[in-house]
Design a protein around this ligand. Structure first.
Ligand code: AMP
Length: 189
């Protein structure tokens, strides 16, 4: 059975890039929470309408929206394994994930923390802006909000996974291939 992994870090850390590489190498389903939420907003669904302003301001959307986009994920987790990118992002979400997975007798294998400085995060967000033109990458106040949210939520979340022995800490400041090789060591083991 495929692994169930989550990758976490400051905005701009490279979570999405590493998640894609892991998905490709191990045949995992790439569940990008930010991507799913942006797709809802772009499609102007009922859910998208409710979360638009929140995402545009760099704040976290409520659990109800998170649960809605997680529907059917256990089936996917059973079939292929999943790499979650940007989820869980706060302790209550970690508990939601545990609960959803436990219903199918599954559990998270690893919680990968990609560590970079806030200064490097801002540099990378600016670089991404040239390529992707994401609304929430454009405004300094929004970027600072996202960084502040990370600093607020990360301590209990990281402590939770450390206590469970599931935390993997990776230096995210290296280049894409080096970071991937570091992560891969744990997955191969
Ligand atoms: P990302 O693409 O991971 O940078 O996420 C972009 C934005 O989507 C975040 O700033 C939040 O507004 C929202 N978002 C993404 N993941 C979550 C999550 N797990 N919980 C709440 N909001 C989220």
């Amino acid at each position: 059975m495929g692994k169930i992994i989550s990758i976490y870090g400051l905005p701009g850390t490279g979570k999405g890039t590493q998640a894609e590489l892991l998905a490709k190498k191990y045949g995992l389903y790439h569940f990008g929470m930010g991507n799913k939420l942006r797709a809802e907003i772009e499609a102007d669904t009922e859910l998208g309408k409710k979360i638009k302003i929140i995402v545009e301001n760099g704040l976290l959307v409520p659990d109800e929206a998170i649960r809605a986009v997680l529907q059917n994920i256990t089936k996917q987790a059973q079939e292929t394994g999943v790499i979650f990118d940007g989820f869980p992002r706060m302790l209550p979400q970690a508990k939601i994930l545990d609960e959803i997975l436990a219903e199918a007798n599954l559990e998270l294998d690893f919680f990968i923390l990609l560590k970079i400085s806030a200064a490097e995060a801002k540099k990378r967000i600016n670089k991404r802006l040239e390529k992707e033109n994401r609304g929430d990458d454009q405004d300094d106040t929004v970027i600072n909000n996202r960084i502040a949210v990370f600093h607020q939520e990360s301590v209990p979340l990281i402590a939770y996974y450390r206590a469970k022995g599931k935390l993997i800490e990776i230096d995210g400041e290296k280049n894409i291939a080096e970071v991937f090789a570091e992560i891969d060591k744990y997955l191969k083991a």
